[in-house]
Every structure is written in C-alpha cells, then in structure tokens.
Design a protein around this ligand. Sequence first.
Ligand code: CU
Length: 366
Amino acid sequence: MRLIGWAIAMAAAGLTPAAAQTPASAPSQSSSAASSPSVTATPPAGTAQTAGQPDAARAAAVVPGSVGHALPTPGIGQPDGRKGLQTQVTPIGEEASSFHDYWLLPLCAIISVIVLGLLLWAIVRYRRGANAVPSRNSHNTTIEVIWTLVPVLILVGIAIPSIRLLRHVYTPPPADLTVKVTGHQWYWSYELPDYGVSFDSYMLKEANDPTRQASQRARTNADGPPLLAVDNRLVIPAGKVVKFIVTADDVIHSFAVPSFWIKQDANPGQLHETWVKVDRPGVYFGQCSELCGARHGFMPIAVEVTSPTQFAQWVASKGGHMPRAAPAAPDSTAASPVSESNVAAPAPAASAPTNQIVANSATSAK
Ligand SMILES: [Cu+2]
C-alpha cells in the first residue's frame, strides 16, 4: 500500500506542475494584450523586462500609477509582517475586526488567565503535603450554579455581537455594481455583466522565474508584492456597494481578500454571493484560500479601488460601456444594456447569460 501511495505521489509531483504551466501562461498573454490599448505607450521607468525580448512594446504599455496599475500602499491591502489582522477597509471588516480585537481576544485572554490562576491555586492549596486527609466533599450547590451560569453568560455575550455581525454580512445594501468571479485552475476571471467587461487575471511571475515565458511581463514593485501581483487587476469604484457572485469552473476555490473581510468559497455549479463597500481608494490583495491543486498558491487576487471617473476610464479601456443612467437595478439590466457608446461587439452577447444568472440569483436571494 505504501508503495502505491508513493507511486501516486511521485506521479502527481512529476506531472501536475508541468501540466499547470502551459495553460496558465498562454491565455494571460492574450488577456494582457487585450488591456494594453487602454494605456499610453510611454515606457515606464520601473518596468522590468528581460533584455532582448521582442515583447518590450507590450510591457511598455503599462504605466505605473495609471488606472488599473495604481501603486500599492505598503501596509494597506497586503501583508506587512505585523501580527494580527490587516487594516480593514469595509464596514463589515471594521465591525468584525473590532469585535475580534476589542471583545473576543481580551475575553479569551481574561478567561485563560483566570483558569490558569485557579489551576495554580488548586495545585498549591490542595497539594498532598498540606492535606494529609483528603476532603470527602462531592457537591457544592453554590459553586455548581456559578460554573454553569458564568459560561452561559460568556456565551451569550459572544453570541449577541456575533449574530449581529452575521446579520450585517447577510443583509447587504442594494448593489451598485455586480461582478461575477470565476475560479479556475489556476487563475481568476472577472465579468461585469452590466458593463460588458470580462477578462482573466493571472499572477505576474518574477523576472528570474525560469517558468516565465518570454512573452510574459515580469512583476515589478509597482505591481505589488511577489506572489500577489497580477497582470489584470479587478477595478471597482470607491464608495459603491459591489456584489460578487462567486463560482468556479473546475474544482473548489475560495475568493478571499483579507482587508475586505471576505472569504467566499467558489464551488463549481453553484453561485455564492458576498459584497464589499470600500471608501478608501487603493490596491488590495488576496489569494485563493481553498487548496485547489498544484498551483493553488499562485492564483492571487488584486482589487483596485478607484474614483468613479477612473472606473469609467477603466471600463472603456476594457472595451466595455457604462450603463445609460445611474447604476441600474438588477431586473432592469436584463432588458437591453446596449448603448450608443458600446464599442465592444461581443460583450453584450457574452454578458447576456450572466445577466440571466445574476437576475435569477437576485430573485432567489430575496
Ligand atoms: Cu484555487
């Protein structure tokens, strides 16, 4: 049996990474290329590219600081070595982190100290040397009432804010924007059905990564930290309620961004919802948080929160279109999203089924 197990493990180790590399890199090329017309062709100073590569023009299309390529802020939206939770930028995240930091953690610490103190006191006070004749007490009503009531009160004290937090999580305000997120082995794809935008998002590899193809842009510090930077970020407008419809097309993934306090499993054949409202513009990173295969650790998430004006620029750069008026209600989007400014012919057709899914999901959620 052990021999068979080793054989399976060796086969998996030998085959899956190789299989993973090729599909993961090829489509990223096309998705990056699709985004490149949006930005100017000024060569950025900080863009690293392998010397002599014929693809310098594509790398040069990236302008650090432009929409979709905003510079991340150290310590915000990414790990910075400190212990504890990342700085939260959503209402749910702020509520949850203060619940954790100012209620749960102190409560756990106090209980631990009290239990440890009782233990030490009992060990010393009732040691054999000081109690040659052991006590024969087996019942004490007062103390039994205390050790039943106190834990009950502690649990009630935890349950009330906990259930209130859950209620806030699962009663989101009306969405201004819907994003369909699909997990794949091993990348994410995003779709904004009301805006006619859809694209794939792959991790940017390091310049010295031997698995990086010549045509792939290498990560720079302007893109974000290693293993977290992506070629195509999801851009959302600040101050708007964004609903994520999360699913997967192969195995179970998990869409998680720590600074948003979201971690939503992406299950094939199922739609799950989560939501954010971020007032603070910036770049926020996350990762797939469900073990999903050989390159599970290499499918990061990068969300750029920007002003509504810049968001409109980004939508245009992706070949999409803005809705005609103010952000539409879910059931009105199913009518006819095509406007005169719609320049991407395939987009409405591609987004039509998703509109239906979103509409169905919205009605089933009520
Ligand atoms: Cu995954």
